[in-house]
Design a protein around this ligand. Structure first.
Ligand code: F3S
Ligand code: F3S
Length: 123
């Protein structure tokens, strides 16, 4: 199962994960036009080879090892990762809509600093 990016990435978009991914399956990259407007990055579920390299690279611990490992509070973002397709405006908008809904419905999480949010996920 593919790895999943979750809410500490929202408005962080560090992109260290992009630099270490061997198959370039994390989007949008900084050189893609969508990078300026999307609130987070997404992992393409069919292109991800489950190598795990992105997990320690993320400074805010936003990446989980597949849907099973993704905390309950982050489950809606599994779908956002699955929908997003680089260069496809419709799927970009759908993924971002899920992210916007998540952010507005979980102020308790979004008010926690991004670097501490993974700890909040576990509670
Ligand atoms: Fe890429 Fe490996 Fe992560 S394929 S998305 S660095 S698990
Ligand atoms: Fe986001 Fe972390 Fe990658 S903040 S862009 S998942 S390095």
């Amino acid at each position: 199962m593919a790895y999943i990016i979750t809410d500490p990435c929202i408005d962080t978009k560090d992109s260290a994960c992009v630099d270490v991914c061997p198959v370039d399956c994390i989007h949008p990259r900084k050189d893609e036009p969508e990078f300026a407007t999307t609130r987070m990055l997404y992992i393409h579920p069919e292109e991800c080879i489950d190598c795990g390299a992105c997990v320690p690279a993320c400074p805010v611990a936003a990446i989980y090892d597949g849907p099973e490992a993704t905390p309950e509070s982050q489950k809606t973002l599994i779908e956002a990762n699955a929908i997003y397709r680089a260069g496809d405006a419709a799927t970009v908008a759908q993924a971002e809509s899920i992210v916007a809904q998540h952010a507005s419905s979980r102020p308790d999480l979004m008010n926690v600093p991004a670097a501490e949010r993974a700890v909040a996920h576990a509670k």
